[in-house]
Write a protein that binds this ligand. Structure first.
Ligand code: FES
Ligand code: MG
Length: 592
């Protein structure tokens, strides 16, 4: 428990509402809050004013029930002696925002920074759910550095279709392979896909939403057990109440994001991500959060700290089950408990509970070993991200927990070729090009082909798109070849189960090696050495540079232009260049 706190400390909000030097401004700040019935006495009481950063709306259906949960948050804030003030954040709906929701993460970040900095808030409850709503909120809370706590909305209930679990996203990637192979028709495809969304909540697989909420908990930024409670469960409302209460205490105890978001906390998050079979999107998002928290996190940390961690959570897409079973088995704390027992977790990390992570995890052993496996008997060994580099890129990752036995057998265990794969590249410029040409017989795609997509990174797309999980042409699918190695400077959906080399940085549009690759080139991937190279002479690469960088679409909106001019690469979190210069900004109140 922090001893920094003294409830008599003058709070930040009092600079607005109780400032004798600026009585005229104070009157102006106060008067318009009256019009919904709040009283000047409340605002001038010196009680903590707690923002509720509302991410739910009709446009962000994954987070929409936060509109209801906020009532319980308010109750908690009031009962603990605070004043709630709810406000909207920029909507981000992963599956619907074009050209990609990733473009909006930094925009939501910027918006939230301005709100938290420029308004009389002493602390904030960050309501999270859909993929980017979690990292954008934590990035902003770090920058401003006022006491903050994450309230996840929780996943949807488990989806079912014809007696089988239907998981968000994953059912779509799997069904579209069946559709292409002619095993199901379009109506069956649609039915299976829609069955995966039976209730309020975010994606019920271990996609990016569940992953990022788990990351928030692993970092110590939410109450224990918060991430995995399904949105529709009673515990979710109870968690909302407790989170509201705790937000007030955080202000009184003066526990800020900078007290929690240490390098050790981020390394814990990387390890937990491996153990839950988490999304590859955790890589850029954790990098971005670390950047804004002022923490050094290196691209190789994924390999050094995460790669050897086994897969413990039996949740789709890496495993079999969905959010409800995961929660009932113990959720994120039970996974962390396993890691703690074997010394793979730093239990000394402080958290928003006011206790250490080890304290939080006491008594949190899993209750269902089918769903959360013991460390000694995992679903898969070495389930983290493999980090690759070479002349095609300086950094890319591959999610080993979804590399199937079929794929391992076909590519990684051939006698004399263990861990090395050589294949002929077929290159696509963006996803329209892929869809137009993938089934063209002239491409000569066979089981020794590597599918490459470029122009899909932060600058190229713009925003970096989830398009690297390209499926093989229909002819190969019909022969039972359900995946080919793919490489791209974009991302892939956290719900995808494809063996892809992703997040290649620098991207083609920034002059990365992928820009100089041509269809027909041979690519050599050495999984043991962590190398991925095109076998093309230096002189030939130099000659191709004369052709220029493959073109990308023009800016379509003002934000796209600003974003493209200032965004860094996925290896660095695709943050706004220079935005990380702004740290702890609430320490100096804004001018009147
Ligand atoms: Fe919003 Fe998956 S689309 S959580
Ligand atoms: Mg996604």
């Amino acid at each position: 428990m922090s001893d920094k706190g003294a409830s008599k400390r003058r709070l930040r909000s009092q600079d607005w509402f109780d400032n004798p030097d600026h009585i005229d401004m104070t009157a102006l700040y106060l008067e318009r809050f009256m019009n919904y019935g709040i009283t000047p006495e409340e605002l001038r009481s010196g009680k903590p004013i707690i923002g509720i950063a509302q991410s739910g709306s009709d446009l962000t259906p994954c987070n929409r029930h936060h509109l209801d949960l906020a009532k319980r948050v308010r109750d908690g804030i009031r009962d603990a002696g605070g004043i709630p003030i709810e406000f909207p954040t920029h909507p981000i709906f992963e599956n619907c925002k074009r050209p990609t929701a990733a473009l909006d993460r930094n925009l939501a970040y910027l918006g939230l920074v301005e709100v938290l900095y420029g308004y009389p808030l002493d602390g904030v409850v960050l309501t999270t759910g859909c993929d980017k709503t979690t990292p954008s909120a934590l990035m902003a809370a770090s920058t401003v550095n006022i006491p903050a706590i994450v309230l996840s909305g929780g996943p949807m209930l488990d989806g079912w279709h014809e007696g089988e679990l239907a998981g968000s996203g994953t059912v779509i990637w799997r069904s579209r392979r069946k559709l292409a192979a002619g095993e199901i028709d379009e109506e069956e495809f649609m039915e299976a896909s829609l069955a995966s969304a039976p209730s309020i909540g975010h994606c019920n697989t271990m996609g990016t939403a569940s992953t990022m909420n788990a990351m928030a908990e692993a970092l110590g930024m939410s109450l224990t057990g918060c991430a995995a409670i399904p949105g529709a469960y009673r515990e979710r409302g109870q968690m909302a109440y407790r989170t509201g209460r705790r937000a007030v205490e955080l202000v009184l105890e003066d526990i800020k994001p900078s007290d929690v978001l240490t390098r050790e906390a981020f390394l814990n998050a990387i390890r937990v991500n491996s153990a839950i079979g988490g999304s590859t999107n955790a890589q850029p998002h954790l990098a971005a959060m670390a950047k804004h928290a002022g923490v050094e996190l290196y691209p190789d940390d994924w390999q050094v700290h995460g790669f050897d961690i086994p897969l413990l959570a039996n949740v789709q897409p890496a495993g079999a089950y969905l959010g409800e079973r995961f929660h009932r088995a113990g959720g994120v704390p039970a996974v962390m408990w396993e890691l703690l027992q074997v010394g793979k977790l730093d239990g000394s990390c402080p958290t928003v509970t006011g206790r250490t992570m080890a304290d939080n995890l006491k008594g949190r052993e899993a209750t269902d070993r089918e769903v959360i496996r013991p460390f000694a008997d995992p679903l898969k060994e070495r389930a983290g991200f493999l980090v690759l580099k070479g002349n095609l890129f300086d950094f890319a990752i591959m999610k080993m927990s979804v590399v199937s036995e079929e794929f391992r057998g076909r590519y990684l265990q051939e006698p004399g070729h263990e861990g090395v794969f050589q294949g002929r590249a077929v290159v696509f410029d963006g996803s329209e090009d892929y869809h137009k040409r993938i089934n063209h017989p002239d491409l000569g795609i066979d089981e020794k082909t590597i599918l490459v997509i470029r122009g899909a990174g932060p600058i190229g797309w713009p925003g970096s798109a989830e398009v690297v999980n390209m499926q093989p042409p229909d002819a190969l699918l019909k022969r039972g070849i359900r995946s080919l190695p793919t490489i791209g400077d974009g991302r892939q959906s956290g719900t995808a189960d494809s063996p892809s080399i992703l997040n290649a940085s620098p991207e083609s549009a920034a002059g990365g090696g992928l820009a100089w690759l041509r269809t027909g080139d041979i690519i050599r991937i050495d999984f043991n050495q962590g190398r991925c190279d095109m076998l093309v002479e230096e002189a030939e690469i130099a000659r191709r540079k004369g052709d220029g960088i493959p073109p990308v679409p023009p800016d379509a909106t003002p934000w796209q232009r600003i974003y493209r001019r200032s965004v860094t690469q996925l290896s660095d979190g695709a943050v706004l260049d220079g935005a990380a210069d702004f740290r702890d900004i609430a320490a100096n109140p804004p001018r009147h």
